[in-house]
Design a protein around this ligand. Structure first.
Ligand SMILES: [Zn+2]
Length: 109
């Protein structure tokens, strides 16, 4: 099994993120890197940490509120929530303002 650090070296993810950040800056877009750890172990619906899943387990199931979704969708939702939280903290705005701010950088009509 190849560990993430080894994959990152092979794919040069550090360089990829630097280029992505520079591209966002150049185009006036916001860039936020978030912690990618445990994205498949935390429920996006209630933030409860679930058991560690094997790679073959493709469905996220949380018994707290009967929330079930694809594992990758749940992971993406956690990444989104972390990015939103970081944005709220950085800008000092409310979550609803941050949601509205997702359109920041888009041309005004
Ligand atoms: Zn849950």
């Amino acid at each position: 099994m190849v560990r993430y650090a080894n994959c990152a070296k092979m794919l040069d993810l550090d360089n990829y993120f630097k280029i992505l950040e520079q591209t966002c800056l150049k185009r006036g877009m916001y860039f936020q890197k978030v912690d990618s750890r445990k994205t498949s172990q935390i429920c996006p619906n209630c933030q409860t940490e679930t058991d560690k899943k094997k790679l073959l387990e493709r469905i996220h199931v949380c018994l707290n509120y009967s929330y079930t979704t694809d594992r990758d969708v749940a992971g993406a939702q956690i990444v989104f929530l972390r990015g939103l939280a970081a944005t709220v903290k950085m800008l000092g705005v409310s979550i609803s303002e941050a949601y509205l701010g997702l359109s920041i950088g888009s041309p005004k009509t």
